[in-house]
Structure formats: structure tokens, C-alpha cells
Design a protein. Structure first.
Length: 110
């Protein structure tokens, strides 16, 4: 009986030690994940700033004209088409208008 009590006591001590070691391991894991979360939040914020800077209308217009050689449409290149019947009914009070740009090279000599 005494041997059984010692075995049970020893098992309880091992269980207690294992529980404490596991709690410390989980604590370290939680701290590591908190640090990783902070790093990812900083990276997300930096990416949001970068997206905001890259999607600025002024920057897009500058890239379109300088790098891509685009220019605003010249007079007569945009045709306004009035649609009378649509598959989806328009919102009440909203004008139905469709703009189409003609793809014709314009004469620079004009």
C-alpha cells in the first residue's frame, strides 16, 4: 500500500511539473505570436500607405502621360450615347448616359 501511495505521489509530482513546463512553453508561444502580430500590423500599415500613395489620382495622371504617352481625349473623340432601354432598370432620377471613346489617332498637325 505504501508503494502504491508513493507511485501515485510521484505521478502527481510529475504531472504538476509537466503542467508548469507546458504553461511556460505556451506563455513563450503567446509572446512570440504577439510580436509577430505587431510586425504584421506594421507591415499592413506600411502597405496601406503605399497603396494610398500609388493610387493617388495625380500620380496616376502623371504616369499615364509620362510613361504611357496617354493624353486626355480631344474634342470629338468622346461620343455620348443615350440608352433608352436597359436590362436593369435605372435608379429613379438618375440619368442614363454611356460615354464611348473613339479609337482614332488624332492629327497632331491640327
Amino acid at each position: 500500500m505504501r508503494l502504491l501511495a508513493m507511485c501515485v505521489g510521484l505521478c502527481l509530482v510529475f504531472l504538476f511539473v509537466w503542467e508548469r513546463v507546458d504553461m511556460v512553453r505556451v506563455g513563450y508561444q503567446v509572446e512570440r505570436l504577439k510580436q509577430e502580430k505587431t510586425i504584421l500590423e506594421r507591415e499592413r500599415d506600411q502597405l496601406r500607405v503605399k497603396v494610398s500613395a500609388l493610387s493617388a489620382p495625380d500620380r496616376i495622371a502623371k504616369v499615364a502621360t509620362e510613361r504611357l504617352g496617354m493624353a486626355p481625349p480631344q474634342r470629338g473623340q468622346v461620343i455620348v450615347v443615350q440608352a433608352e432601354s436597359l436590362a436593369v432598370p435605372p435608379i429613379q432620377g438618375a440619368p442614363v448616359e454611356l460615354r464611348v471613346a473613339k479609337h482614332e489617332p488624332f492629327d497632331v498637325r491640327r
